[in-house]
Design a binder for this molecule. Structure first.
Ligand code: PAF
Length: 285
């Protein structure tokens, strides 16, 4: 694996590869790599000649500076994992390589209703920061395909919109969420949990399942209240939301009809760590 820290060096290597007719799959990450990232990299490796992984903890997408400071950094272990996974190129830039003119955004992305819904309502500016960094990374890497994990469902829809708005010729591939045996979605943030909280955190997945299984039997408001109460009983200290939305637009659904494609989404805090999860759900008919 070749490690690049400078944009110019990475671009020179990618330009040579493109001239040789090679295709490029790209997996952007913030490091603290786990099986979820590795499954994205594996998908990319099977479909594209060259797989580029980036590790960059992007300051502009953290609305809470404490969350940014506490974000786990495990670069040496990440490099070992990437080497074992047979990844060709790692891009590990510093802030000044990504933002040579500073981190202040020079551009506002018109994300429409997606911007203020769900995570957007609780993390103001977060999705603008995600678009800012992914736009920059796509400009640098110019991949054929961008691989994203479904655990960040709203992020996937936001980035699909950004790519459309900016006319970026890249295919977006959303890969399924990887879970522990007890259902907890893999996340770099899980590393920050004590063993007790880690065990309780599985309540997040159970709450989503309960929501889906009862969607035709109980009212949405009743399910919101019951699921939130369940999370609070399982040591979550705060539930930002547990919601059901249209799987395509993320807009709230008014009526549950057979065949409807939904997504159940939640964000909640345990031991001060904000975890998110979601489940796609088709209403039985
Ligand atoms: O999902 C993430 O890890 C980040 O939001 C991403 C896409 C790498 C942008 O910083």
């Amino acid at each position: 694996m070749i490690l690049f820290k400078q944009v110019a060096d990475l671009q020179a290597a990618l330009s040579t590869a493109r001239h040789e007719g090679k295709t490029i799959g790209f997996v952007p990450t913030m490091g603290a790599l786990h099986e979820g990232h590795l499954s994205l990299l594996e998908l990319a490796r099977h479909q594209y000649d060259i797989t580029v992984c980036s590790i960059f903890v992007n300051p502009t997408q953290f609305n809470d500076p404490k969350d940014f400071e506490k974000y786990p950094v495990t670069t040496d272990a990440d490099i070992r994992l990437l080497e074992q996974a047979g990844i060709n190129m790692l891009f590990l830039p510093g802030v000044s390589e990504i933002y040579p003119s500073g981190t202040t955004p020079g551009h506002h992305y018109d994300l429409g209703e997606l911007e203020g819904l769900l995570d957007g309502a609780y993390r103001p500016g977060h999705f603008q920061g995600v678009c800012q960094v992914v736009h920059r990374l796509l400009d640098i890497v110019q991949p054929n395909a961008l691989f994203l994990g479904q655990k960040d469902y709203q992020q996937c829809l936001v980035l699909k919109r950004m790519v459309q708005l900016e006319n970026i010729p890249v295919e977006i591939i959303m890969a399924p969420t990887r879970r522990e045996k007890d259902g907890l979605a893999l996340s770099s943030r899980n590393m920050r949990l004590s063993p007790e909280a880690r065990e309780k955190a599985t309540a997040l997945y159970k709450a989503l399942q309960y929501f889906g299984e009862n969607i035709t039997v109980k009212s949405i408001q009743e399910l919101r209240l019951e699921s939130s109460a369940f999370l609070l009983r399982n040591d979550f200290e705060k539930v930002d939301y547990i919601e059901v939305a249209d799987a395509g637009s993320l807009l709230p659904v008014e009526e549950i009809t057979p065949g409807l494609k939904l997504v159940l989404l939640t964000a909640a805090f345990i031991e001060g760590v904000r975890l998110i999860d979601n489940l796609e759900w088709t209403v039985a008919g």
